[in-house]
Design a protein around this ligand. Sequence first.
Ligand code: GRF
Length: 216
Amino acid sequence: MKQIAILISGSGSNLEAIINACKSKEIHGQVACVISNNPDAYGLERAKKFNINTRVIDHKLYLEREKFDDDLQFFLEELSPDLIVLAGFMRILGSKITDKFSDKMINLHPSLLPLYPGLNTHDQVLINKDNLHGISIHYVSPALDGGPLIAQGVIKVKKNEEKNNLIDRIHKLEHKLLPKIINEICLGKINLVEGKVVYTDFKTLKKGFIHNYYEI
Ligand code: GRF
């Protein structure tokens, strides 16, 4: 059974979707630990409800960013998970730790990368009157939201759509696509080889990657 570490900073709705997918065997793996940089993250409560180990590494207690990364890296090395998922983890990690886990650390980002790396993606979509919005799942590299893309999900932005509605639909899309991709990785069907994402069966590519519309 593949062991998954999930890093969060806030609500943890994606975490809960992953936990449920593990319980229902949609994911062939289990959540070994939930790690948060924020002691007040609601996701920690969600993890405890399912009796999953939690660990807080509070970034506010560190004067230097690198020291936080070092402690996180040390903890992850001890835990030795097969996969590390950044699911709403709002800290930028330095190259030492991202290089260390480059082939086993993935990030969920709420935009169609390379559009809108960083924060406030929904606002930018609305301000720019984009027709499409979506999510990206990618391997983590030192570049912010810039690592090799694994999969994207796309939705059409509705006419005069309120931001909260858009966020809600993006969340629903995340809760569907992220568990699917985690499972494909757990099954060994998606790998990072020499910096490139390799899909071992074509179904994955058709179902998972870009131009995939979800009418949510
Ligand atoms: C998600 O939309 C994720 O893409 C973004 O932060 C949000 C986290 O939501 N990075 P949750 O904590 O999983 O509910």
